[in-house]
Design a protein around this ligand. Structure first.
Ligand code: GRF
Length: 197
């Protein structure tokens, strides 16, 4: 029986595409839902074009009522009955109640070498700090933002002429390699960290 994976996105969904494309053949999991908090997210069409069921729950009508938004999120996810939920460019902070409900079955990819640079603007912070390297991390989602156990990392040197945009462009392909490898292990309960390159 294949494990069921739901993927949450907010934008273009390039990590979602990489995850979906990885789940073929003898892969122990299959994508069952791609859900966006923005009905205009470009990733929704990409998922539909790959034959994946999609849903969109606009978070804006809920204002600051995170729990009301998450109640809709949980209803849509419960229908899909996921074994794992992958946050892939999902830009909404989730409450501890939501995270606890899906107890340790949520993964996230974050564009920094955690535990450094939790939150936003990770690449500009690494450049500003004069770091020699930057990268991305896949971690288990816990109640604290970008703070759960690290399940994989990809690391690359920052170049003297790098801007946050050029660095992000160089790191994104590593994200697309890292996340599928972490997911493949996670769905068979192997939490041995994936370290790239
Ligand atoms: C990526 O940098 C990812 O690390 C972050 O969101 C950005 C866009 O991701 N979480 P995607 O192209 O929407 O997957």
């Amino acid at each position: 029986m294949k494990k069921r994976v739901a993927i949450l996105i907010s934008g273009g969904g390039s990590n979602m595409v990489a995850l979906v494309k990885s789940m073929t053949g003898d892969h122990p999991a299959r994508p069952v839902l791609v859900l966006a908090n923005d009905p205009t997210a470009g990733g929704l069409k990409k998922a539909q074009d790959m034959g994946i069921k999609t849903a969109a729950i606009d978070h804006r009508p809920f204002g600051n009522d995170r729990h009301a938004f998450e109640a809709k999120l949980t209803a849509a996810l419960t229908d899909a009955q996921p074994d794992v939920i992958c946050l892939a460019g999902f830009m909404r902070v989730l409450t501890s109640e939501f995270v606890d409900h899906w107890n340790r079955r949520i993964l996230n990819i974050h564009p920094s070498l955690l535990p450094k640079y939790k939150g936003l603007h990770t690449h500009s912070r690494a450049i500003q700090a004069g770091d020699s390297h930057a990268g991305c991390s896949v971690h288990m989602v816990t109640a604290k933002l970008d703070d759960g156990p690290i399940l994989g990392q990809a690391k690359l040197a920052i170049r003297p002429d790098d801007t946050p945009d050029t660095l992000a462009q160089r790191i994104l392909p590593y994200e697309h390699k890292l996340y599928p490898q972490v997911l493949r292990r996670f769905v068979v309960d192997d939490q041995t960290p994936v370290i790239l390159p």
